[in-house]
Design a protein. Structure first.
Length: 185
């Protein structure tokens, strides 16, 4: 019997034990795979990364261990809940590093580290993002203040607007207190 045309496989909550079969990757048309809530052990077979039609995967609440296989299809399924309850799994998309991996940095650091340079590149980009934001703010502020200093009509309109708003606010507060006082009496 051949299962190569199988599109959906849900064997969740069946008390299955053992390992996920290595030949699972031969089910190329598989779109949905659910092995959740069983007693499966061992690593996720690397052949699962060959399931190019897979759009739903649930391996949660088993005893799977080892590195999550890297591959185009499994990387598109980056929902961490797929792997919940498998405390010995490691690697992307989970935050747990596998033994021998470099520890992930908590944030971009300028001028630090080694590795493949990706962390340094991210830190460099963040540095320039902050510099450009600061420069943008300063240029806009000084442009506005420069216009107020140079153009007398704008300066008068600007301060007239704020004086008018201050007066309206003051009158509204006074009227509100008068109404409250009259209601009490």
């Amino acid at each position: 019997m051949s299962l190569f045309g199988l599109r959906m496989l849900n064997v969740s909550k069946n008390h299955l034990s053992g390992r996920i079969p290595k030949k699972i990757g031969s089910l190329r048309l598989l779109e949905s795979l659910d092995f959740s809530n069983n007693m499966l052990v061992g690593p996720i077979p690397p052949s699962m990364s060959a399931l190019t039609s897979l759009s739903h995967l649930n391996l949660s609440y088993n005893n799977l261990s080892g590195r999550i296989p890297s591959g185009k299809q499994l990387q598109t399924l980056d929902d961490r809940s797929i792997y919940v309850g498998n405390r010995d799994l490691c690697g992307p998309p989970l935050t747990e590093n596998c033994p021998g991996d470099e520890p992930a940095t908590k944030g971009p650091e300028l001028g630090g580290g080694g590795g493949d340079g990706e962390e340094d590149e991210d830190g460099f980009e963040m540095f320039w993002l902050y510099i450009s934001m600061g420069l943008g703010f300063a240029v806009r502020l000084w442009s506005f203040l420069g216009i107020l200093l140079v153009k007398k009509s704008w300066r008068h309109s600007y301060f007239l607007f704020f004086d008018t708003m201050k007066d309206r606010f003051f009158v509204a507060i006074v009227l509100m207190f008068r109404r409250l006082k009259m209601e009490r009496d």
